[in-house]
Design a binder for this molecule. Structure first.
Ligand SMILES: *Cc1c(COP(=O)(O)O)cnc(C)c1O
Length: 358
């Protein structure tokens, strides 16, 4: 049987059907109905964060957040991410300025931020890659000193906590993606979590054509989450802790099998951080064969690992950057492979994958 890098979790059919049954009576299918309101409340509780606004996907949530803060000029960010992060900055009319990453965590290197700040800089958009938390304290220190906003792309970090505090609670705002491939999903979906309550109506307007009362204040997109998607989120949130615990077992098995294998670098565990075990990246550096050879060999066995994140976004044709300003990120991107990881992945399959690799 084919093994993909991920496999979407689903609740029991009956539970989902029960959750959506009353929509046949209410006929309130979208536009911030009861399921939408319930999921926003449940997420506020789950994150222990004051404000949550749902979106139709993570990407539009990130664009919504950047727009809500009225960012202009330059935004310091990482190229070691999915294109969505860079797209959002550019589509909001800003210029991404690429900062290199830390060689161990693959997240924005705070020591390299300050040299990139100019009078045009308005914000920092770091990414909690693979669910590994950025150095949130160091980033906050730089941001405070220079009066910059910090908006996290937390698409990978659902369920991650540092000393009990949710990843959602750092910076001015965080975007989460609820895409089907993510640790928690609503099929398609996303949200923004933020400190300032005053942003609520800006974000609500920003996902609904800019409508305010009978007027339209700005030409915004439609980025609302439907009741069917919110209902999926309600069901999935009920068993998120179990899903993360099952992922943890898979990751522990990988670690047990691959620890100490020469030429393979595994992601470090972060002290004080409860991981969500979202991805299992392996860096092939000096191993018997290259990352691409390993991926091809796994493919012959019907096992589809993925090169997250390759290419770097500062190498994508879309933006026209030269991309040589981030050598550490380049090195990771050229050697990293994410192995299959999902709650029901069988231990025998993990062992088989490891055998092929070693
Ligand atoms: C998935 C993802 C996004 C985009 O989220 P969607 O819900 O797919 O729009 C943005 N950034 C990162 C790092 C992601 O992995």
């Amino acid at each position: 049987m084919r093994i993909n890098v991920t496999r979407s979790a689903l609740p029991p059919k009956e539970e989902y059907f029960e959750e959506i049954a009353f929509l046949w009576d209410s006929r309130w299918l979208t536009n911030m109905g009861e399921k939408h309101q319930t999921l926003e409340r449940m997420l506020q509780e789950y994150f222990n964060a004051p404000n949550v606004t749902l979106f139709t996907n993570g990407h539009l949530a990130l664009e919504g957040a950047l727009a809500a803060f009225g960012l202009t000029g330059e935004v310091i960010t990482t190229p070691f991410t999915f294109a969505s992060t860079t797209h959002a900055i550019i589509r909001c009319g800003c210029k991404p300025v690429f900062c290199d990453v830390d060689p161990e965590t693959y997240t924005l290197d705070p020591a390299k931020i300050e040299a990139l700040i100019t009078p045009e800089t308005s914000a920092i958009v770091p990414v909690h890659v693979y669910g590994t938390l950025c150095d949130v304290e160091a980033i906050e220190t730089v941001a405070k000193k220079h009066g910059l906003k910090v908006i996290y792309d937390a698409a990978h970090a659902f369920g991650v906590r540092k000393d009990g505090v949710s990843a959602a609670c750092f910076g001015d705002a965080s975007m989460f993606s609820f895409h089907a491939t993510k640790v928690f999903h609503t099929v398609e979906g996303g949200c923004v979590v933020y400190r300032e309550e005053a942003l609520k109506h800006v974000l609500d307007r920003g996902k609904n054509f800019g409508i305010e009362g009978e007027d339209i204040l700005s030409p915004e997109p439609n980025a609302k989450m439907s009741e069917f998607h919110a209902a999926m989120g309600i069901c999935n949130l009920r068993r998120i802790e179990l899903m993360i615990a099952m992922r943890k077992q898979v990751v522990e098995r990988y670690r047990y099998n691959l620890a100490g294998v020469s030429g393979l670098t595994l992601l470090k565990e972060q002290p004080g951080v409860a991981s969500n075990y979202a991805y299992f990246p392996v860096v092939f550096d000096g191993a018997k064969y290259t990352r691409d050879e390993a991926a091809a060999r796994l493919g012959e066995e019907g096992i589809y690992a993925r090169k997250y994140f390759y290419p770097l976004t500062n190498h994508c044709t879309a933006y026209g950057f030269r991309g040589d300003e981030t050598p550490v990120a380049k090195r990771v991107s050229d050697h990293v492979l994410c192995l299959p990881l999902y709650p029901e992945l069988a231990m025998e399959d993990v062992d088989r994958i490891c055998e092929i690799i070693t």
